[in-house]
Ligand binder design. Sequence first.
Ligand code: C5P
Length: 406
Amino acid sequence: MCLPMGETRMLASRRILLVIGGGIAAYKSLEIIRRLRERSVEIIPVLTSAGAEFVTPLSVSALAGNQVHRDLFDLTMEAEMGHIALGRSADLILVAPATANLMARMATGQADDLATTILLATCAKVVLAPAMNVRMWENPATRRNVATLKSEGIAFVGPNDGDMACGEFGPGRMAEPAEIVAAVENMFSRGPLTGKKALVTSGPTHEPIDPVRYIANRSSGMQGNAIARALKALGAEVVLVSGPVDVASPEGVRVVRVQTAREMMDAVHSALPADVAVFAAAVADWRVKNVYGGKIKKTGKGLPKIEFEENPDILATVGRMKSGRPELVIGFAAETDDIAGNAASKRLRKGCDWVVANDVSPETGIMGGTENAVTLVTENGVDTWDRMSKNEVAVRLADLVARELS
Ligand code: C5P
């Protein structure tokens, strides 16, 4: 059975499946095994054929105190446990070193050896410690693969900058065993939101007019992403439904990318149930009814006729759910005047518990900036916070969420 990370208690007596990929950093995996064993962790070692070129199965099994798994078609193993069960019985899968090739095969869903088959079949949390030449790490193909894996909720430790075995310098050096073990330990520690599920919407939606034009609200996605990161840091399992943004996705959060309000609505429905839902996205209120199939041309015969229709109100839909409504529903309100008054009526109108209102008048510089000045409206009243960074707003809000849900 796969336990979600939130239900695990601590590192001791956990089962960690360690995949050792083929790179010179594989020798460090022996030190990782030793350190994890000191913490009473059971290690299930899986050695890829490339990994076995760098460390011997004998040294791995001797240190792990367990049999080394190597072959996809191992009859004894299939009779006893099977490779699918092997991956599913682990509390966490650590891949160290994670080579460029292993990551590429993971990102494209291949299952052509024991390690990739386990990784494709598992529902356990996966952590990668990449190790490769700096140019391989910086190659656009690797950047794409890393982005894909991160968006699927896979966690990364490192790589670090440093001298490499190949004589070059730069990012690509595997994180040190102590760092990797600390990151793994961190994943098992309990925060106040451990075991809770959070849903966050962020960014704008783009509503197409024709294949090249769209309408949208201004939104950088910075505040929503910071909230997802802060909830994750307190131990929540977070799904971030994000419109098109340029900001980096938070680590360890499952990101679902959407374009339109209707896609956001569908993604929100699929992500429910959740204990808390924070709707920070700047959803376009209207979409174009008569979306043009081809690019609208300047014809000299007048302006194009664009008709609008209303988008679903995602916050109000979830806020008014009769069953399966998150315990805490939080909306955002971008206002330019009577901030508290407008936020209070929005709270009632949309059926949400809290409204985080912010003053987005152009002179505040909040839109697209790194700071925010918010007013929190709840059933208990109005609380105006000092101007602070969007990250601090997120941390403060996540603390209040944790208090509310405890
Ligand atoms: O009505 P207004 O757009 O000002 O409300 C803002 C709040 O409602 C935000 O929390 C936003 O994410 C949410 N919203 C939504 N779906 C819409 C419009 C707004 O979820 N179609």
